[in-house]
Design a protein around this ligand. Sequence first.
Ligand code: ZN
Length: 239
Amino acid sequence: MSRIREGWGRYWSGRGRRGIELCGEFANMYCTVGIHPHEADAAEKGYLEELRKLAAAPCVLAIGEMGLDYHYDFSKRPAQQQRFEEQLELAGELGKPAVVHCREAFADGLAILKNRRNAENPVVFHCFGGNRSEARAVLDLGCFFSFTGTITFRKAELIQAVAGYVPLDRVLLETDCPYLSPEPKRNVRPNEPALLVHTAAKLAELRGVSLEEIAQVTTYNCRYFFGMDDIMDSVSKLD
Ligand SMILES: [Zn+2]
């Protein structure tokens, strides 16, 4: 664990910049910038200003991942909470969506969202892993769900029930690489976007609809959530 943590604080802004550089190298690539809860302790003073600068790049679609992770507790909980609150407010101020990582911290995460979120700002719970009542609370707050390869896993009845139940217009799909490759490719490393089709197929099966419908709806939701049509318009005007 300590090996994973080592150096994160020093490199987070470098990695944010690298993400933006990559977006410049590849067409149709976008990114987010943020302080992950694992890095909350290491975030340097002035990190919000740095994020604000990075977020000005047109390829930065959202702020995040931000949130709470009480499973690993790599950073102290008060620091995680504070970074989450600050970044939520920044996302609201910048009018950018927030990508939330919330693991084994649902009650605290919801409380922060209720208190600090700009109500008009879109929020997605990435790699959602909650139960039905937690899903209900996310719905009540008007937030989105993003599902990963975990919905394809055996013994994943709880999350499969949720993925089959929440309104499809609130659902996004994500790779969440390098881990969480979907069945039947679960042992493939690294996980990559090409494998997302298996997650989409599972969602189609759970909902009794076609794969094409899932592809169409989740693509639309993604473009809507991240405001990609506006961004693509403004980028093409720059050409
Ligand atoms: Zn995450």
